[in-house]
Design a protein around this ligand. Structure first.
Ligand code: HEC
Length: 117
């Protein structure tokens, strides 16, 4: 228990220094490479055809603009496969709820913001 509290305090201190951000991006990159790069390409450019659907370009600033710079809408796009208007994104984009947590979706978004077209 003591160790847990020490860890929590350490994490809080790190969060204030910017280390936590770098950590988030690294985690997001690992998650992206494992789950998303197969369809959206390693560089996030997308453009892979699946029948009539084409995987989206996930690089900044285009993606953020599409979702009105709303992190909430971006999280929904990843977890619920809903576009900016709330409609179902085209298959085969999966809804990641149940396979990724909200925190993991946020890590991926932090990573996507480091990719620029
Ligand atoms: C099986 C292929 C596939 C996988 C795996 C996949 N995607 Fe997609 N994704 C797509 C396709 C196809 C679209 C385009 C859907 C559309 O245009 O309606 C898309 C669309 C999106 C969009 C919407 C972008 C926009 O411009 O509206 C986001 C965000 C997204 N994907 C994020 C992810 C993330 C993050 C992962 C990994 C956790 C992931 N995708 C994994 C196929 C995939």
């Amino acid at each position: 228990m003591k160790r847990f509290i020490a860890g929590a305090i350490f994490a809080t201190v790190l969060a204030g220094t910017g280390f936590a951000h770098a950590n988030t991006v690294a985690t997001g990159k690992a998650l992206y490479m494992a789950h998303c790069s197969g369809c959206h390409r390693a560089n996030g450019a997308g453009g892979v055809h699946f029948g009539k659907a084409v995987s989206a370009n996930l690089r900044a600033p285009g993606l953020e603009t599409t979702y009105h710079h709303s992190t909430k809408l971006l999280v929904r796009a990843i977890l619920d496969a809903r576009d900016e208007d709330g409609d179902r994104l085209d298959q085969p984009m999966p809804a990641w709820k149940g396979r990724l947590t909200k925190v993991q979706a946020l890590d991926i978004i932090a990573y996507l913001k480091t990719l620029h077209s």
